[in-house]
Every structure is written in C-alpha cells, then in structure tokens.
Design a protein around this ligand. Sequence first.
Ligand code: 5RP
Length: 225
Amino acid sequence: MTHQDELKQLVGKEAVKFIKDNMVVGLGTGSTVKFMVDALGQRVTDEHLSIIGVPTSERTRQQANRLGIPTKGVDEVDHIDLTIDGADQIDKHFQGIKGGGAAHLWEKIVAINSDKNMWIVDESKMADQLGTFPLPLEVIPYGSTQLFKRLKEKGYQPEFRMAADKHVTTDSNNYIIDLHMHQIDDPKSLALDLDQMTGIVEHGLFLNIVNTVIVGRETGPQVLH
Ligand code: 5RP
C-alpha cells in the first residue's frame, strides 16, 4: 500500500466512528471512500450495526452490498443523516472540487439531501486556492461538441475525459468535460455561470455543502469543523 493510501485508510477508519446505529448514511465514491466502506462493512459485521447506505455510484453500491451493508436509492429514503465522501481539492473555506471519479452529479444530489456532510481526504487535497485540479462537468452527450466550443471561447480550457479513445460515461450515461483553469479566483461566480449553460447537467464545484473535513496527516487524522 502506498503512503497516500495509508492516509486514505486512516481517514476512512476515523470517519466511520461518526456513524451511529439506525443512521441513514450517504456513501460517496472514490478510493478514499472505498476504505471507509470497508471499515463500515467491518462494523456492520462485528457490531451488528443497523444502518442504511445511500450510495452515490454503482461502484459504491456494489462494494457496500458485497460487504453486507444494506442500501437504498436516494428516492427511497425520507432523509439522510450523514454523507461521507472524498474530494479532489478543498480550500481553506471548505469549498471543494469533486468529480475526479466522474460521480459528482449523484454525489451532489445525495449531499444536498443530507443533514450533514463530511469529506475525508489525505493532506495532498488541501489547497490555498481551487483550480489546480481540473474542474469536472457532467454534460449531456447531445450537443456536447457545441458546448465544448462555448466553454473554449470563455477561456475555460475544456477537455473531454477519454479512456481508450472513448468518452468516459457516468452512471447517468453522460460525458465528462474537465476544465483546466489552473486557478479559480471566484468559485461562486464561476458556479453561477456554469449553472446557466445549457447542456451542463452539473459541475464539480461543491460550495457551502460540507460541515466536517477529516484530513489524513503524518501526525494522524485531523478533524476540522
Ligand atoms: C468522485 C469524487 C471523489 O470523491 C474524488 O474524486 C476523490 O477521490 P479519491 O478518494 O479517489 O481521491 O468526487 O467523483
């Protein structure tokens, strides 16, 4: 296991301490969350913890079910107590970029329907300013080449996310365009601009959503509120 993976596992294990019996828990997506779901599965087995997981991707749903964690869809629960998710970059105001794993649409839907949101990251994800991590957009395939041109004209430096010469597709069968902006000076106005562009289903700016961040550091997990 790499050192970065050790830090991811550390925060994953720390995060599950916040899960109590009978909670409805949003389960994020990504390599850090994978460690958290492993630790949660262990608690469900060892302590007979009764919880419902609301997964934010097919990947997470399959992992949770494999480990004996019962899951429901976001429309099958009446509330979500706490969602635990990873992030690609977080600034000092707890604003974040998500979508590196192409799951930010479902992640944002689950997050905004949760009473509390927690992000778990290794320390490399903490930044003074957002933007060095490319900002993901989930876009409708129809008209996406025209949308791409409009994003380019705006100077947003778009790039379709490809794998083996094929478009990466999301769990909703949409495409991903990453914006290589390098520096985002005003996340709020960028979010507003992207919200208004037809064809973008959702962008990866998560503003004023998270309550708690657990950062994996050399010295141990640091819980920030
Ligand atoms: C998926 C995400 C992930 O939470 C984010 O990419 C972090 O992933 P990882 O824990 O693998 O670094 O937003 O869409």
